[in-house]
Design a protein around this ligand. Structure first.
Ligand SMILES: [Fe+2]
Length: 221
């Protein structure tokens, strides 16, 4: 069976939608040699954690969801040969839209978006600004960001967290990292779009505890 039969493309329907420029990611701070040494020699245990997996399927929902995709360019990106496409409306993909609550985010205190990183698209190294949690200010200590892989990994796709390179993920894998203190980047050198659900917001005590205890939880859909 060829690759194209194994995996769907999940291509945005309309690639000519207006570009939305956001400033959410922060690239302004140049790394000095100490930063770089710290990253290369980083043996931090908590740089990256796979905290669980969603077992189930949302087949078909991505095809519908991308109909409402917005074309996004992050303000400080150094290269943007191709754009990121983001989906904010979960009306057409209710199972995907239910994942944050199933995982343990607090109702009405999180935001989520699907990020479709198309082939050739890169997000250069950066840390996320603490302002990603501003909207939940009073809960900052309980606010986290996680990623959920919405499709199987394709050869050529990668994420990097300081000196740890992540490849080979499975659909449903739940990825946790402290994105505000950890340098990270991502690139899609495959021929397939890479859909991730990014969730940011207030986590329940149970979710925070399970991350701290390094549990691996399986959620059935
Ligand atoms: Fe980031």
């Amino acid at each position: 069976m060829s690759d194209s039969n194994l995996y769907k493309e999940y291509e945005p329907i309309n690639t000519n939608v207006p570009i939305q420029i956001t400033g959410m990611e922060y690239f302004g701070e140049e790394q000095n040699q100490n930063d770089l040494n710290e990253i290369v020699n980083n043996n931090k245990e908590n740089t990256l954690q796979i905290i669980g997996r969603f077992d189930g399927t949302w087949d078909g929902e991505l095809d519908d969801a991308v109909k409402t995709a917005t074309k996004v360019r992050y303000a400080d990106r150094i290269e943007h040969k191709d754009y990121l496409y983001e989906v904010y409306d979960f009306t057409l993909c209710p199972i995907i839209g239910s994942l944050p609550i199933r995982l343990g985010f607090v109702k009405n205190k999180y935001h989520a978006q699907i990020q479709m990183q198309r082939p050739g698209c890169v997000m250069p190294r950066h840390k996320d600004p603490k302002s990603i949690f501003t909207v939940y200010n009073e809960y900052e200590s309980k606010s986290i960001r996680v990623l959920i892989a919405l499709a199987h990994w394709e050869y050529g796709q990668l994420m990097c967290f300081e000196n740890k390179i992540l490849t080979g993920w499975s659909k449903g894998d739940i990825i946790y990292c402290d994105f505000t203190s950890t340098w990270h980047f991502t690139a899609n050198c495959s021929y397939h779009s890479r859909p991730l659900l990014q969730i940011t917001g207030v986590a329940s005590n149970k979710l925070l505890q399970s991350i701290q205890n390094k549990e691996f939880r399986v959620f059935s859909i």
